[in-house]
Design a protein around this ligand. Structure first.
Ligand code: ZN
Ligand code: MN
Length: 498
């Protein structure tokens, strides 16, 4: 029996606005004293009136457009009625029949290739308060009540748990590019419920789905779905496939999903249009205007950088993983291009020079940026926008390596010093006397010393044991404290021993 996996996602994204969805309370994501960031509106006092946060709507439209959704000309606010302590009003203001946007998609890249995931709908709503559970009691913090959310519902288009993780990571990246949300799952800024069912391959019918809740990390989403695939496959093999819709929670400790008694499951939310709010209306020109102001989207940037700078797939992915890093990288590359053209040793017109050198240059920039500079940033807990090394100085640093004026271990020292002081790399090199020794007579002298010191090895080399060249180069490097240009040393050695 060949089974097919059917997964759909429901995602909640906290929108990063100054104020809440329907009142002027601050929208703070950091922990502040419980119940200090509240007002009669978000506490749901009778007689208060909600006012729509325009910025939240604008960000919702941006997200929708980036996901290729159709913005509905008119979309309606609705009341979702249910009783729960974290919902003081007794209803949540959300969107139901006419959501903000519909029919979008996001294309992800998996091991198997490109996969188009269709998006059913995207709507705006308010968040509920937080329940704080203690041993003997539950307390409520209303600071989160009324903060703006985007809810995204996908079609059941995922066929593997891994695809959902890739999709969520791409969605997080998009939210960050658009500055819609920081989208950190661990902080609850990106929340996800997953629906899963199995069916026999080729069958049209869908079976009752199992909803998995409490997924607090990308890993948890993937692990919980993998667990569920296995559990449901076993049921199929015993000829007892899942017969009823149910809700399960992910238990991180036990690494398994557990059945939840969920009374809300069968609840009738009695949705009806929100009488206190007018529908949202958009003209085509309003939508066009927002679309025109969209930043370059992550997948477009990835493709462009790959093409323009001959980056590999994986390197382009790392560089564009943070729009600020991509920005920095591009500035360094542009500076480097200007520098290249100023060299006397290069010939050809601007484009020719660039075509001939860009691959080697971008590889070098990428390497030093994503390994060495990232390491220093991590240690200092600084982001790329906070560091003292300007793109101009980083480009100059790369040029020193590119021209062989500094070797790799000295370059490490220079980079560390640049990171600490923000100083110019050439100055540091001079101050610390780190320049590569290229001078023929100077190196020749050192080589003579070394050959005198190791006569037996020199004899062996002459008799054909040419691997010893590495040994001699190493000795010279040690003698010059790593400052000798190894290529030059090798040339001199071969001449003297040959
Ligand atoms: Zn409020
Ligand atoms: Mn919701």
């Amino acid at each position: 029996m060949k089974l097919e996996i059917i997964i759909g996602l429901e995602i909640h994204l906290q929108i990063k606005t100054k104020s809440k969805m329907f009142c002027s309370c601050a929208n703070v994501s950091e922990e502040v004293e419980p119940n200090t960031n509240i007002c009669p509106i978000c506490l749901g006092h009778p007689g208060t009136l909600p006012v729509v946060n325009k910025e939240a709507v604008r960000l919702g439209v941006m997200m929708s457009l980036a996901l290729d959704c159709r913005i509905n000309k008119q979309s309606e606010w609705a009341r979702k009625n249910y009783f729960y302590p974290d919902l003081a009003k007794g209803y949540q203001i959300t969107q139901f029949e006419e959501p903000l946007a519909e029919d979008g998609h996001l294309t992800i890249t998996t091991k198997e290739g490109l996969r188009r995931i269709n998006i059913t709908r995207l709507h705006l709503e308010e968040d509920a308060a937080k329940n704080l559970h203690f041993k003997d009691k539950t307390l409520l913090d209303f600071n989160r009540a009324g903060t703006p959310l985007i809810e995204i519902v996908t079609e059941p288009d995922f066929r593997t748990p891994q695809e959902t993780k890739i999709f969520l990571q791409e969605l997080r990246l998009l939210a960050r590019y658009l500055k819609v949300s920081a989208a950190e799952m661990e902080k609850g800024q990106l929340r996800c419920d997953a629906n899963i069912s199995l069916k026999t391959a080729g069958e049209d019918k869908l079976y009752p789905k199992t909803e998995i809740k409490n997924l607090n990390s990308f890993r948890a989403v993937e692990k919980a779905l993998e667990y569920e695939v296995k559990r449901q496959t076993d049921l199929w093999q015993k000829n007892t496939p899942v017969k009823e819709q149910s809700t399960r929670g992910w238990d991180e400790q036990k690494q398994q999903t557990m059945e939840q008694r969920d009374k809300e499951e069968s609840a009738d939310y009695r949705y009806f249009p929100e009488p206190d709010l007018l529908p949202l209306e958009f003209t085509q020109s309003q939508v066009k205007e927002i679309k025109a102001r969209l930043v370059e989207l992550p997948w477009d940037k990835r493709e462009r950088l790959q093409e323009e700078y001959a980056l590999t797939d994986i390197n382009a992915k790392i560089i564009t993983g943070d729009p600020q890093v991509a920005n920095y990288f591009e500035k360094v590359m542009m500076e480097s291009r200007t520098w290249l053209e100023s060299l006397e040793s290069v010939v050809g017109d601007s484009d020719q020079i660039w075509e001939q050198n860009k691959k080697r240059l971008s590889k070098l920039v990428n390497g030093w940026l994503t390994s060495e500079l990232f390491k220093l940033m991590n240690l200092a807990d600084q982001s790329i926008t906070e560091i003292r090394i300007t793109p101009e100085n980083f480009a100059e640093f790369i040029s020193l390596i590119y021209e062989g004026r500094i070797n790799s271990s000295a370059a490490q020292v220079v980079l560390k010093e640049m990171f600490k002081t923000g100083k110019d790399p050439s100055d540091i090199m001079e101050d610390k006397n780190l320049g590569q020794v290229d001078d023929l007579s100077q190196l020749s002298e050192v080589v003579d010393q070394i050959l005198k010191k190791y006569p037996a090895e020199a004899e062996s080399y002459k008799k054909g044991k040419t691997v010893l060249i590495k040994f001699f180069i190493g000795a010279v490097m040690k003698e010059t404290k790593g400052k000798a240009n190894p290529q030059r040393v090798e040339e001199i050695l071969k001449e003297k021993l040959g």
